[in-house]
Design a protein around this ligand. Sequence first.
Ligand code: ADP
Ligand code: MG
Length: 230
Amino acid sequence: MGEILRAVDLWKIYSMGDAEVFALRGVSLRISQGEILAITGPSGSGKTTLLNCLSALDVVSRGEIYFEERDISHISDNERTKLRGERIGFIFQQYQLIPVLTAVENVELPLLLLNFPADEARKKAIEALSMVGLSNRSNHKPSELSGGQQQRVAIARAIIHNPKILFADEPTGNLDSDTSDSVIQALEELNRIHGITIVIVTHDISVSRRCNRILEINDGILSEINNEEE
Ligand code: ADP
Ligand code: MG
């Protein structure tokens, strides 16, 4: 399988007044096209920092990130925004849906902001909702949906532009195990049926063991752990 993303010796150093926080300390990794990968590690170990840098939301202090062979670690803010809008999806632990909009309106919003024709945006939003098993909830507002359903709306919104890779930062962190399962199942289907590469940050062993591969980060240093052992 081809490689979609490669990171080489990433460092991220936050300056806090006089103090410096070394959030990433020489992280290197490869992600293959079509894999579903988990990143675990204790709170404060650098998981969100790593995901934000890999997904071009944030920039590294040092190191290179190659996305589809292109070095994206030194591109401008505008180019990063464009790249995310075209190739990358992202979901957060807090679903970040707009409360006054229905599910389908939340999902189509990114396309409307890109000046897509309204009927085309609506059609794609309905498709994306069906891909996460929510066709029958398209006219519900977030407050009328369960946590798992809200997260699936957020997933539909994140895939509306057909991204090649989807990053999820603790997507089941707010959910009980039943609703968590529906979210992971939706991600697995996007991976299996639609071939989207998926990177999930999670604390939940029942989530990470369903992935092809598990990486663990400790104090800004990444290592691979064996998924086969029980
Ligand atoms: P995790 O997601 O694993 O909990 P983070 O990536 O959020 O970890 O944080 C890694 C380290 O970097 C922590 O020590 C955190 O306090 C620090 N950190 C994260 N974001 C910032 C920031 N914007 N400014 C300063 N320090 C930060
Ligand atoms: Mg985090």
